[in-house]
Design a protein around this ligand. Structure first.
Ligand code: ATP
Ligand code: MG
Length: 381
């Protein structure tokens, strides 16, 4: 099949009324950015985007990772004339034993035949030459799509689903607290899917966690970067804070006190980067620190909005999504995360805010936050 491009559909964007053009422009610029090393041209057609290029699995797989694209079809282009459409249809459709239908969409209403008439004319032309095919209008195994536009008509046999969602950049920027675990990369991805550009912040406890755990987080960000244009990762040394909390505070509250410190530091970084919200991979009841009581007591450490896109997910749902995203294999690499170190024997499951505040008074937490902020390393990926 001599493919001359990919026809891109974007259902959800079409619903955005007056903002539609803004969403479409963002989607087009995201496509251009992702394919900037490939010779392509882009046509914005009514309700569709056409990326003209040669057939390429690389182009296709990049397109399938761009949020906002609901489906795509590799297409062949012909003149909008019935005889040309019929001949190209015959060239495209294989003679194999399967059920078949033709589905025409006539965008150019000046075309002399109705969509239904084109279906019939094309099927009548193709079927005598392809005797193994059997018509099934309800649920065919093979479907020839035809889109008739003013000058050109597109034909295609395949329609592959994209990720849907909204183009990254149409929403406000967020900062994801990225551990080396399974959940937080999925949470970041869910935010990108709603159009929010994501930056990342990772806390590591050198010398307790080594270079390998940093490398793991870098690999996670690299994988997630396929879904947006450019990523920033802020790496924060957390060892000193952990040591202080470990030495002076009640062990039962340790994990929660770590989280509150992380949120304070992340909030400051988000302000500096013009981020509008923090994102975590928490879900209710998953581990001792993630009861409603604990999440509530922890989140008073910041005034900033904290988004938790996985809040109602089961672990299995998160795992299967992380496999689809491509982060799972990286997340399960066995390196220590800073919070698995110094884990309390009997963590509090229903911490009271008052108790956390009292524990925090035992360390110079504001100075510790400032200290960590002055040692942040920012990488662009
Ligand atoms: P994950 O799989 O994302 O680590 P989890 O279910 O293991 O999640 P926790 O380890 O308790 O849960 O962490 C809860 C959330 O806190 C994480 O999803 C992440 O957003 C944030 N977090 C935990 N540890 C770190 C870290 N070292 N750096 C940055 N964020 C972290
Ligand atoms: Mg974790």
């Amino acid at each position: 099949m001599k493919v001359c491009g990919y026809l891109i559909r974007y259902d959800e964007l079409g619903l955005k009324g007056k903002n539609r053009l803004f969403f479409e422009k963002k989607l087009i610029s995201n496509i251009k950015e992702k394919l900037k090393e490939t010779p392509i041209t882009i046509d914005h057609l009514w309700g569709r985007i056409l990326v003209r290029c040669e057939e390429s699995t690389e182009v296709r797989s990049r397109l399938l990772k761009i949020f906002g694209i609901s489906s795509l079809s590799p297409i062949v282009e012909v003149e909008s004339r019935l005889s040309s459409i019929q001949e190209e249809a015959l060239a495209l459709v294989p003679n194999r034993s399967s059920t078949f239908r033709v589905t025409t969409r006539r965008v150019d209403k000046k075309f002399p035949l109705t969509s239904r008439a084109v279906n019939i004319e094309v099927a009548n032309f193709v079927l005598p030459e392809r005797p193994l095919l059997k018509i099934d209008l309800d649920d065919p195994e093979l479907e020839l799509g035809i889109e008739i536009r003013e000058e050109k008509t597109f034909l295609f046999l395949e329609k592959e689903s994209g990720l849907g969602g909204l183009p990254v950049g149409t929403g406000g920027k967020v900062l994801t607290l990225l551990s080396g675990g399974i959940d937080s990369p999925v949470a970041a991805w869910m935010m990108m899917k709603r159009g929010c550009p994501v930056e990342y912040i990772h806390f590591y406890s050198y010398p307790y966690t080594g270079e390998q755990s940093k490398e793991k987080v870098l690999d996670l960000v690299r994988t997630l970067s396929c879904y947006q244009n450019k990523s920033f990762l802020h790496i924060v040394p957390f060892g000193e804070i952990q040591e202080a909390l470990q030495r002076h505070c009640n062990e039962r509250y340790r994990t929660l006190l770590y989280r509150r410190m992380m949120q304070r530091i992340a909030t400051e970084v988000a302000y500096r980067r013009r981020g509008m919200a923090l994102v975590t991979g928490e879900s209710i009841g998953q581990v001792a620190s993630q009861t409603v009581e604990n999440i509530s007591a922890v989140s008073t450490a910041t005034d900033m909005l904290i988004l938790r896109p996985l809040i109602g997910f089961n672990k299995n749902e998160t795992i299967s999504l992380s496999q689809k995203i491509g982060t799972y294999e990286i997340s399960i690499r066995p390196f220590e995360d800073c919070c698995t170190l110094f884990q309390p024997q009997a963590p509090a499951t229903k911490a009271r805010l008052l108790d956390l505040l009292q524990e925090e008074e035992k360390v110079a937490y504001k100075e510790l936050v400032q200290g960590a902020l002055s040692h942040i390393e920012t990488l662009s990926i």
